[in-house]
Design a protein around this ligand. Structure first.
Ligand SMILES: [Zn+2]
Length: 255
């Protein structure tokens, strides 16, 4: 029999399988993303007391199975349920979004303890504070960095022209290039997204400082829209699928 492993983990998603089982995906601290079968999870609540709900932080015990990509979930003990997340639609929506994009950017068994901690801290922040697009954008930028997709925002990805030398230029973001392009380089490129100087400045600030706590800034709604559009399109490019929980974000216009 294969060894069992014990690790802190966050429940990403769960679905029913037949009458009594569940298939559950976790982001673990030590084994990356682990998807497994929880036998009898719908009937016997003893081994899985409230610990298979999305967003829960648990202590997971699992073992791999020979010739089967699904792990066997032995037990899952609740460490923290982030109870406040369920109190408002806004918090649930933001939590669903950060869980979905983390899930989408991290592959099965991609070991990355820093991503685990980032998601845990992100859910903790949402649980204790209000949700804001500023928090969300900072979360995304840090996640992209930890997952190996950090966008280049201070100079042209192709020719290296510095953003601060060309503040009046019309800059664009290219998801395919993974960074900003100057006016000249973007002229010949398809699938680029406009990024006004102000929007770019906010993104650079959030990428460098990563502070989610400073007060809201007054930004025009077009700047907020550009920032959100760039972030979502870039993440989607790397996820290679639609972000299902993103539609609610369009209702927010304050950063
Ligand atoms: Zn250039």
């Amino acid at each position: 029999m294969l060894h069992s492993h014990v690790t802190p983990a966050i429940v990403l998603r769960a679905r029913s399988l037949g009458e009594s089982d569940k298939i559950v995906s976790f982001l673990t601290e030590t084994h990356g993303k682990v998807t497994g079968i929880a036998k009898g999870a719908k009937r016997s609540r003893k081994r899985f007391v409230n610990s298979l709900e999305p967003f829960s932080l648990v202590n997971l015990c699992f073992r791999d199975r020979l010739q089967n990509s699904l792990a066997f979930i032995i037990a899952s003990d609740l460490l923290r349920s982030f109870k406040q997340l369920a109190t408002t639609l806004e918090k649930i929506s933001f939590a669903s979004y950060i869980v979905e994009v983390t899930d989408g950017l991290i592959g099965e068994r991609d070991e990355n303890p820093l991503v685990f901690r980032h998601l845990r801290d992100g859910l903790g922040y949402l649980d204790e504070h209000g949700a804001s697009l500023r928090f969300l954008t900072a979360f995304e930028l840090k996640l992209l960095q930890l997952a190996g997709y950090q966008p280049l925002l201070d100079r042209c990805k192709r020719c290296g022209k510095d953003r601060r030398d060309r503040l009046t230029d019309r800059w664009h973001f290219s998801p395919r290039d993974g960074g900003i392009l100057c006016e000249t380089c973007s002229r010949w490129t398809k699938e680029i997204l406009p990024l006004a100087a102000k929007a770019l400045e906010v993104l650079v600030d959030l990428q460098v400082e990563r502070s989610t706590t400073f007060p809201c800034m007054l930004l025009s709604s077009s700047v907020v829209k550009e920032i959100r559009f760039v972030m979502q399109r870039f993440i989607q490019f790397h996820m290679d699928r639609e972000i299902k929980s993103s539609s609610f974000l369009n209702d927010f216009s304050i950063m």
